[in-house]
Design a protein around this ligand. Structure first.
Ligand code: ADP
Length: 263
């Protein structure tokens, strides 16, 4: 915002009707990307116009999880995002050759992010989900600058150690002024063949993060849902067919659909 020479970011314009959610976590591997793609697919399935910007420089896995098998195309000066399962997708991985790691420094990342927001033809989106890298690094700060009205959605596992770092990722909102929309607990339990539940990652992490962030921020931040472990969720991610669409009645899919409706 503010630089006349740069194209405007439509989502940052006053009166923009697009809700922008930044999905973040304290550390990797807690299911942040799985949650992002399933929320996106569920929202698109309910008739909303949805885009996902995969800004996870360490593990850009969104295109695969959503079943995107083509890259973006260029029409005049705009980048046209590919679309799969009703969701428009742009990933930082689409702009790095082969499977090369992203080794860009802060200013380069900031410029790339700006381009993904301003030069991609997203159309009139109801919702834009950003899959952020875990933690509180350069991308999280750039996003807050470029999209001050975006809201944070925190993903954690029930494990106390994961919850502690997730809380830090949420507390960035105190500095950026972003709203924290809520906490999602993933990998909460596993259903055993005899119908009982086991909790391999312990319990309580999601509620702990929600409570302590509420105290820090001074408003009530809800625990939006708890998603069980389900091997089908992993398989669905590997095959690019989101669980919310392929097995909508699975408890993990129901939890994700409920969260998508709440947002
Ligand atoms: P992150 O984006 O936080 O690094 P991912 O979404 O890539 O995490 O998830 C890490 C791994 O765990 C992936 O292989 C994913 O398929 C798997 N996974 C995530 N959530 C679940 C779940 N609820 N049940 C089973 N597997 C899951």
């Amino acid at each position: 915002r503010g630089d006349a020479a740069e194209p405007a970011i439509p989502f940052a314009e006053p009166g923009s009707l697009t809700r922008v959610y930044c999905v973040t976590s304290g550390k990797g591997g807690v299911g942040k990307s799985s949650v992002t793609v399933n929320l996106a697919a569920a929202m698109a399935d309910s008739g909303l116009s949805v885009g996902v910007l995969d800004a996870d420089i360490y593990g850009h896995s969104v295109p695969r999880m959503l079943g995107v098998d083509t890259g973006p195309t260029q029409v005049e000066k705009m980048i046209m995002p590919p679309r799969a399962n009703g969701v428009k997708v742009i990933s930082i991985g689409m702009f790095t050759p082969g499977n090369a790691p992203v080794v860009w420094r802060g200013p380069m990342l900031h410029r790339a992010l700006r381009q993904f927001l301003a030069d991609v033809y997203w159309g009139d989106l109801d919702v834009l989900l950003l899959d952020l890298p875990p933690g509180t690094g350069d991308i999280a700060i750039s996003v807050a600058q470029l999209l001050p009205d975006s809201e944070l959605l925190i993903v954690t596992t029930p494990q106390p150690a994961a919850a502690e770092v997730a809380e830090r990722a949420g507390a960035i909102a105190l500095q950026t002024g972003q709203r924290v929309v809520g906490v999602v607990e993933n990998m909460s339990w596993l259903l055993l063949p005899d119908g009982s539940r086991t909790e391999p990652f312990g319990s309580g992490g999601g509620q702990t993060v929600a409570d302590s962030l509420s105290r820090k921020v001074g408003t009530r931040i809800p625990l939006l849902g708890r998603i069980p472990l389900d091997p089908r969720l992993r398989e669905a991610g590997d095959t690019g067919a989101p669980l919310v669409l392929t097995a909508p009645r699975a408890p993990a899919a129901t939890a994700l659909r409920t969260i998508a409706t709440t947002l």
